[in-house]
Design a protein around this ligand. Structure first.
Ligand code: PEP
Length: 248
């Protein structure tokens, strides 16, 4: 049995005051579910540590540098995230790939940097609408997965989380149907199984893309969907808590 996880991706949202209210609500509203994670912008990691230490809610960041330290102006290292108590870090989100030009190779290096520092990477993969319409979904997510597995070795996936996030479903209100999502999740798990069947049975694969309290339960009921990566709905405590309860 894989423990389900629900991770909130706050993106570039929040303020000290807003986060206070949100985190109080998340802690109070998800006590029966051990798999809650909140991924905040860097400046708020200190606040996350202060508010979440000693609770059942884990926290993380949304990106990190592939480098350990040095002359990389504006970057944040894995060790710095550890200093603020992070357990998780999102890697290769489609917004990082599309807007900030992260390649599969950069993503693989970031994945390795995270694991070397003891962080659990949440590796995002997903196709655009035109790639889906061209029938290339499995090829696209396969390449994104293989780039990381080839760089770090398949056994490293056992201590990681995968997130299937179709780009056309992120922030659009258009959710993949449970069957569409399940088909890609199964493909990802089978692809890992070709490399190592034990790892395939253990790796958690989250679905992300316009998950709401109204569609979470049916998505999470699919056999290869092990929880969700939640953007917009993670900013409203009651919505996020309802989604966590759907995974409990
Ligand atoms: C995301 O950004 O990872 C995401 C899934 O966003 P949303 O839930 O808003 O579609």
């Amino acid at each position: 049995m894989r423990q389900k996880l629900v991770a909130g991706n706050w993106k570039m949202n929040g303020s000290l005051a807003e986060n206070e209210v949100l985190l109080d609500g998340v802690v109070a509203g998800t006590r029966e579910f051990p798999g809650v994670i909140c991924c905040a912008p860097y400046p708020y990691l200190f606040q996350m540590q202060e508010k979440l230490q000693g609770t059942h809610v884990a926290w993380g960041a949304q990106n990190l540098s592939q480098y350990e330290r040095g002359a990389y102006t504006g970057e944040v290292s894995a060790a710095m995230l550890k200093d603020f108590g992070c357990s998780y870090v999102i890697i290769g989100h489609s917004e990082r790939r599309a807007i900030f030009g992260e390649t599969s190779m950069t993503v693989a290096e970031k994945f390795k940097a995270a694991q070397d520092a003891g962080l659990v990477p949440i590796l995002c993969v997903g196709e655009t609408l035109s790639e889906r319409e061209a029938g290339a979904t499995f090829a696209v997510v396969g390449e994104q997965l293989d780039a990381v597995a080839g760089f770090v070795g398949v056994s490293a996936l056992e201590d990681a989380v995968l997130a299937y996030e179709p780009v056309w479903a992120i922030g659009t209100g258009k959710t993949a149907t449970p069957q569409q999502a399940q088909d890609v999740h199964r493909h990802l798990r089978e692809r890992v199984a070709l490399m190592n069947s034990e790892v395939a049975g253990k790796v958690r694969i989250l679905y992300g893309g316009s998950v709401k309290s109204s569609n979470a339960a049916e998505l999470f009921a699919m056999p290869d969907i092990d929880g969700g990566l939640i953007g917009g709905a993670s900013l409203v405590a009651s919505d996020f808590c309802d989604i966590c309860r759907a995974a409990a």
